[in-house]
Design a protein around this ligand. Structure first.
Ligand SMILES: Cc1cc2nc3c(=O)[nH]c(=O)nc-3n(C[C@H](O)[C@H](O)[C@H](O)COP(=O)(O)OP(=O)(O)OC[C@H]3O[C@@H](n4cnc5c(N)ncnc54)[C@H](O)[C@@H]3O)c2cc1C
Length: 639
């Protein structure tokens, strides 16, 4: 057993930032427990230009925390005060990264230039290139090492420990995946930075190494919010990468083949009257990468047509950069597309040549990962990419019902229905700063004695030991494949009540099976993965329950389209009655969907009204006084 004041679980961009910030604020009794510094989404992912969203700080265009908060929460189902905190913290988190050496670009006058991203009316987005989140991790890891913060790798959390009343967390149990050894860690506070639910989906652009662990929080009793709100988009599947931005703007051919790679055809053509209509929408897809119900009809039709090929016709879909779409005539494209191609100097033949001029690292990236766009096609699908929901936190990122647990980063569901591109990375830094400040100011004292903790830990360890004495009947690989398949089939961007109801039947059965199966006789890695399956499986039950609720009450919005036989036709060339969409019930934009265990031990879902973006009109003297007296951390201010 070990004991720390604050245990940080996870070493992505948010967990690392929290550890650094805690240390800077004087909380020295901190350790990071993680699968590994090279694991997780932040250090293993990116896109053609990976975006970081921040407060505008360039030229004469005005910006303010309230303006940014309104844009962060404009999609609905986001608390306005949390949006304001994310906006207010944005310059701090951003400059912290800059001072640690993250190479965000600025001009000769020291202004951090920005560009417009999706759902962004200003030019708040910035980027270091394809690897922004990796650059952040590299800089933060260097700082963690410089500060001598203790890092324990190859530790997989398998249980969060709570007091008997489930009022607070007090520690966690980890397994070492190489040795199978279990370790109990007592902690006054846990910064829970385990990332998004990547391990829930088969068709996914989360890095293959990343599974996430939100199920541990749910299992411990922490409430979730907006779990049904996720983001999906086109991505390559052999090497997982978003094919956004320039990958679309250079107008590749969209090809589908049969399962063996024969019978190649440009499948988008059946849905458009002219080549130009088709290419204008492909171009738009570059700017509007994630699937959005609001872009149907519009650029998100491309995701639907891809889905029809892969999921309904069981064909494979590829992007081909080697030759031009037949009949391409630049002069016939619409003004927006033509002007972009002209101004970028890419009115030349072949998508590959255009990509070479526009963004040659985008070609190099695939080459480094064994795919040569000059000689082969790139296989793609519509993949799960981000969860806007997660565990529910207050304005200090502490769980709304489980004290001393601070979910930060993607596992905290601060975002609403939509979010400006890049705000996930901003939110991770904002959450890390807030949680650290609260812990440093309020939670440095020990409030649980060692004997009380030992009793809790021993009881939970005894349960695990008992399970290890019973034979393991389930094969973790088959079990994982089962729930991943179920989520990609029913919980992805095309949803229907029938499918999810049927999926839930299987999900509940699998949950019962995995939680009653033994863990005996398993090698360390198999034991680790079998334990991981339990929390992932539990999470997928909660996600599907929330998705069903979303289908019933809300309809199509954000990253998902709900099918309904009596719904609205979505596009004239999709005459199959299957493609009728249930329209959005817009009053639900004012509501947050919360979930947790009900008294009967099953998921229970309820609603909370969104708090508005505050309109602060503070007075320096009173704010200063409240700050000095620590009144700002009081319960009534915690929301
Ligand atoms: C392809 C792609 C492109 C993206 N592009 C953008 C973008 O342009 N802008 C943007 O803002 N966001 C983007 N995102 C989202 C963003 O990258 C993530 O939300 C963010 O990196 C998550 O950071 P995190 O610190 O929360 O989690 P992660 O970086 O995933 O870190 C989680 C950590 O927890 C550890 N962990 C997990 N489970 C356990 C366990 N049981 N025990 C111990 N450790 C555990 C992991 O090993 C890892 O260290 C993108 C995501 C993807 C997949």
């Amino acid at each position: 057993m070990k004991k720390y004041n604050t245990l940080v679980i996870g070493s992505g961009a948010s967990g690392l930032a929290a550890a650094v910030r805690l240390d800077a604020l004087g909380v020295k009794d901190v350790a990071i427990y993680t699968e590994g510094l090279g694991m997780g989404t932040s250090i293993n992912t990116g896109s053609d230009k990976q975006t970081y969203y921040k407060l505008g700080m360039y030229g004469k265009e005005g910006d303010s925390p309230v303006m940014m908060a309104r844009d962060l929460s404009a999609g609905g189902s986001m608390h306005g005060d949390i949006a304001l905190v994310e906006a207010a913290m944005s310059p701090l988190g951003f400059h912290h990264l800059v001072t640690l050496g993250v190479p965000f670009p600025h001009d000769p006058l020291g202004q951090y230039i920005g560009y417009k991203t999706d759902h962004d009316p200003k030019r708040r987005a910035t980027s270091c290139g394809p690897y922004t989140s990796r650059d952040m991790c590299v800089a933060l890891i260097k700082e963690v090492k410089r500060r001598n913060i203790s890092v324990m790798e190859k530790r997989i959390a398998v249980k969060l420990l709570t007091d008997d009343g489930k009022v607070r967390v007090c520690g966690a149990i980890f397994i070492n995946r190489e040795t199978g050894e279990m370790e109990c860690v007592q902690a006054e506070n846990i910064v829970f930075a385990v990332g998004g639910p990547g391990g829930l989906y088969k068709t996914s652009v989360y890095p293959a190494v990343h599974t996430g662990a939100i199920g541990l929080g749910i299992e411990a009793g922490a409430k979730g919010c907006n779990l049904a709100e996720s983001q999906f988009g086109l991505a390559s599947i052999k090497f997982r990468w978003n094919v956004s931005g320039s990958y679309m703007q250079v107008l590749p051919r969209f090809i589908s083949t049969d399962a063996e790679g024969n019978d190649a055809k440009e499948f988008l053509r059946e849905y458009f009257d002219t080549t130009e209509d088709m290419l204008n929408v492909v171009f738009l897809k570059g700017y509007q990468w994630p699937f959005a119900a609001g872009h149907v009809p519009g650029s998100s039709l491309i995701d639907i047509f891809t889905y029809i090929e892969t999921e309904q016709r069981h064909r494979r879909v590829f992007l081909d950069y080697r030759t031009d779409p037949e009949g391409l005539d630049f002069s016939k494209l619409n003004a927006e597309t033509k002007e972009y191609l002209e101004r970028s100097g890419i009115l030349c033949d072949t998508p590959l040549k255009r990509l070479e001029i526009l963004n040659s690292p985008a070609i190099e990236l695939y080459r480094r990962n064994g795919i040569d766009l000059a000689t082969e096609m790139l296989e793609i699908a519509v993949c799960a990419q981000h969860n806007n929901g997660g565990l529910a936190g207050n304005i200090w990122w502490e769980s709304i019902n489980l004290k001393h647990l601070f979910p930060v980063g993607e596992v905290n569901g601060t975002h609403g229905v939509t979010r400006p591109g890049g705000s996930a990375l901003n939110s991770g830094q904002a959450g890390a700063f807030r949680a650290s400040e609260y812990i440093a100011s309020k939670y440095q004292a020990d409030t649980m004695d060692a004997a009380a903790f030992a009793a809790i830990a021993e009881r939970e360890m005894a349960v695990l030991q008992l399970l290890q004495q019973q034979p393991a009947n389930c094969d973790w690989r088959a079990e994982r494949a089962e729930f991943q398949q179920r989520m990609s089939e029913s919980g992805s961007f095309i949803r229907s009540a029938d499918k999810v109801t049927e999926a839930l039947d299987g999900a509940h059965k699998q949950w019962q099976r995995l939680y009653t199966d033994g863990l005996g006789g398993l090698a360390p890695e198999d034991l680790t993965e079998a334990l991981r399956n339990r929390q992932l499986c539990l999470a997928h039950v909660f996600y599907l329950e929330c998705i069903l609720m979303q289908i019933d009450y809300i309809g199509s919005r954000g990253g998902s389209l709900v099918l309904a036989p009596d719904g609205k036709e979505i596009y004239e060339k999709l005459s199959d009655p299957f493609w009728r969409m249930k329209e959005e019930n817009t009053p639900y934009r004012r509501m947050m969907m919360l979930c947790g265990f009900g008294g009967n031990g099953y998921p229970e879902i309820y609603w909370d009204v969104c708090r508005d973006v505050p309109d602060p009109d503070g007075w320096f003297e009173t704010v200063w006084s409240d700050y000095r007296s620590k009144k700002i951390y009081d319960d009534e201010a915690k929301a």
